[in-house]
Design a protein around this ligand. Structure first.
Ligand code: G3H
Ligand code: 13P
Ligand code: ZN
Length: 332
């Protein structure tokens, strides 16, 4: 058993309380590779932002759970080396689907876990979340639970339909589970295809898809029921069209990829939404830079040559989100 406190990590409690009060959101960036980890830490240090580094089950399968945990420990030391004496870094399990997976992460030094029972019947979701909360709280680890189901299918996070969170359930759910934050469904979804073209309108000037707005009415109703309670938004990539265009220009094929407009995320950040999950935008930034580099330098084959611009492009994106969308800069 390793406590996250020994690794210099923090849980989400104080961070979320400050974010809700201050009207900003903490970035929760997924990481699977060293380059993503480095870009996240560089961006957080340069902007003086707290940050959540999250690991999915898919990331654990890809990179190995132990390696990712040591990378997060390395992230704390790297932040210090970059000139941040007291970094606020959370190591979070994204979409944990069993008690055993959450326990395994807690036991190896995670400071926060998500138990995603959102596709289970209501009472089963509560029972599973409560079991995780009871274990996690013994070690001062914070727990995110989810109520309402996101649309979209992506790797191991899958659900074919969208069921918005029912505001009338949130008080009962949060009280009975004892969770520290609540992920809700208000129209976001995972991946780079968040809406079908039929659900969108088209901008007459650019021909680009304009997605329908998020259900802010539901968010506001939830805020009224749970004043000051930390709310989480999954599926919050914006799918930047310049990155999609670069990918398509250099041999990719992502027709009609569309995300959540940044103005809406900016608005959500000012509410009780205090954690915003972004993964796909990092994938797009990395892929766009690599495709462009390799197309322009067909004779290069040293991965460092194309991973360097990929890392720089991800860092630029992370900084943009922190400063221009979530507003978590200058909070350390
Ligand atoms: O919520 C989904 C995240 O983007 C993680 O995706 O399961 O492919 O690692 P993944
Ligand atoms: P995106 O696919 O929109 O980046 O969402 C990521 C996410 O919700 C991770 O849990
Ligand atoms: Zn998610």
């Amino acid at each position: 058993m390793v406590s996250y406190k020994e690794l210099g990590l923090v849980n989400t409690k104080e961070m979320f309380a400050k974010a809700v009060k201050g009207g900003y959101a903490i970035p929760a960036f997924n990481f699977n590779t060293m380059e993503q980890m480095q870009a996240i830490v560089q961006a957080a240090v340069e902007t003086k932002s707290p940050v959540i580094m999250q690991v999915s089950k898919g990331a654990r399968n890809y990179a190995n759970a132990t390696i990712l945990r040591y990378m997060a420990q390395g992230a704390v030391e790297y932040a210090k080396e970059l000139g941040c004496p007291n970094p606020q870094i959370v190591l979070h399990l994204d979409h944990g689907d069993t008690f055993e997976l959450c326990k395994d992460c807690i036991d190896m030094g995670f400071s926060s876990v998500m138990i995603d029972g959102s596709s289970l019947p209501y009472e089963e979701n509560i029972a599973l979340a409560k079991e995780v909360v009871d274990y996690a709280h013994k070690y001062d680890v914070t727990v995110e639970a989810e109520l309402g189901v996101l649309a979209g299918v992506e790797d191991e996070v899958s659900s074919a339909v969208s069921h918005y969170t029912k505001p009338e359930e949130v008080i009962d759910f949060s009280q009975r589970t004892g969770c520290d934050s609540l992920a809700i469904s208000i129209g976001t979804s995972h991946g780079a295809y968040k809406f079908t073209p039929a659900q969108c309108t088209r901008d007459p000037k650019t021909g680009k898809l304009v997605p329908p707005p998020l259900a802010f009415d539901i968010l506001h109703e939830i805020e009224k029921k749970l004043p000051g309670f930390p709310i989480v938004l999954h599926g919050s990539s914006s799918v930047p069209q310049d990155e999609v265009d670069t990918i398509n220009k250099y041999g990719g094929k992502l027709p009609d990829a569309v995300g959540i407009p940044e103005e809406q995320l900016r608005e959500a950040s000012k509410s009780a939404v205090c954690k915003i999950n972004i993964d796909s935008d990092s994938r797009l930034a990395m892929t766009a830079a690599i495709r462009k580099y390799l197309a322009e330098n067909p004779g290069h084959f040293d991965p460092r040559q194309y991973l360097k611009p990929a890392r720089e492009n991800m860092k630029k994106m992370y900084i943009h989100k922190i400063v221009n969308v979530l507003g978590s800069n200058d909070k350390l």
